[in-house]
Ligand binder design. Structure first.
Ligand SMILES: Nc1ncnc2c1ncn2[C@@H]1O[C@H](COP(=O)(O)OP(=O)(O)OP(=O)(O)O)[C@@H](O)[C@H]1O
Length: 249
């Protein structure tokens, strides 16, 4: 098993003056792996991702990325440290072309155009379908193609770890398989992945690791096949199975 690219320890986070939503979460993501966070509605999955990418400042705990403490960095600084993020919604500018979306994504993080050409080539290698549509408006793409563009934009600055918040949300079933294939292509290109997914079984097929989040805490971390073959997967998912402590894989 590879070294962790991301280690989260005793993380607490919440909104404004409200109580903690993330209540001491701890887990790790292996370098080169696809890891998937699952858990019931309201468990805090999106809040966890927001606190990892710097949209929400953690109240305590630590986030270590590539052996550096990034806990208190803001979102652009975390992106420069190698963390890419694809939000669930509003993840491309629909009134801009594919090429313009990619350039903007690069320039926002890299602060300039040096390296832009190489970044575009790297992304087009992963998503060849986007090459000939570069001038097309993002708003005219299918849901699946738009999701690929969102991945492509997040890849422009060259992240080492990509965080995806429910990439299959809102996609019609015929595009879901295509989207998971796109996640796999990104991973095959050497980018580690941490995603939230409600399409649990499909996500586990391409994942190495399952991370079960319930009530703001990680109840289990285990190899994806073990999760899929668990005799009471529903209880495991809901956090009521007999798993006493996270099992680090
Ligand atoms: N901006 C916000 N301000 C205050 N509370 C929020 C905010 N966003 C989410 N919450 C609360 O945080 C809790 C966890 O929500 P979150 O969206 O992180 O869970 P989730 O596991 O991603 O849920 P789902 O699977 O339904 O998307 C919920 O009680 C929610 O109401």
């Amino acid at each position: 098993m590879s070294d962790p690219i991301l280690t989260v320890d005793a993380l607490r986070a919440g909104y404004g003056s409200g109580g903690d939503i993330i209540k001491g979460a701890g887990f790790s993501v292996s370098e080169g792996a696809i890891s998937t966070i699952v858990g019931p509605n309201g468990a805090g999955k999106s809040t966890l991702i927001k606190s990892l990418v710097g949209l929400l400042t953690p109240r305590s705990g630590t986030i270590t990325l590539n052996e550096a403490d990034v806990t208190r960095l803001n979102a652009p600084a975390k992106a420069r440290a190698g963390l890419g993020y694809v939000p669930q919604e509003h993840n491309v500018f629909r009134n801009m072309s594919i090429g313009e979306n990619m350039t903007l994504a690069y320039e926002f993080i890299a602060k300039g155009t040096k390296g832009l050409k190489a970044a575009r080539e790297r992304v087009f290698d992963i998503f060849p379908d986007l090459v000939h549509r570069e001038a097309d408006m993002a708003g005219n793409l299918s849901g699946g193609q738009r999701q690929m563009l969102a991945f492509g934009c997040a890849l422009m600055p060259g992240p080492s770890l990509l965080l995806l918040d429910e990439p299959s949300a809102g996609l019609s079933p015929k595009y879901v398989a295509e989207m998971f294939q796109a996640v796999k292509s990104v991973n095959d290109a050497g980018v580690s992945i941490l995603m939230i997914e409600q399409n649990v079984k499909e996500a586990m097929v391409i994942s190495e690791t399952a991370i079960v989040l319930v009530s703001g805490q990680v109840r289990a971390q285990m190899p994806a096949p073990e999760f899929l073959n668990h005799p009471d997967i529903h209880a495991l998912y809901m956090g009521t199975a007999d798993v006493t402590a996270p099992e680090t894989v």
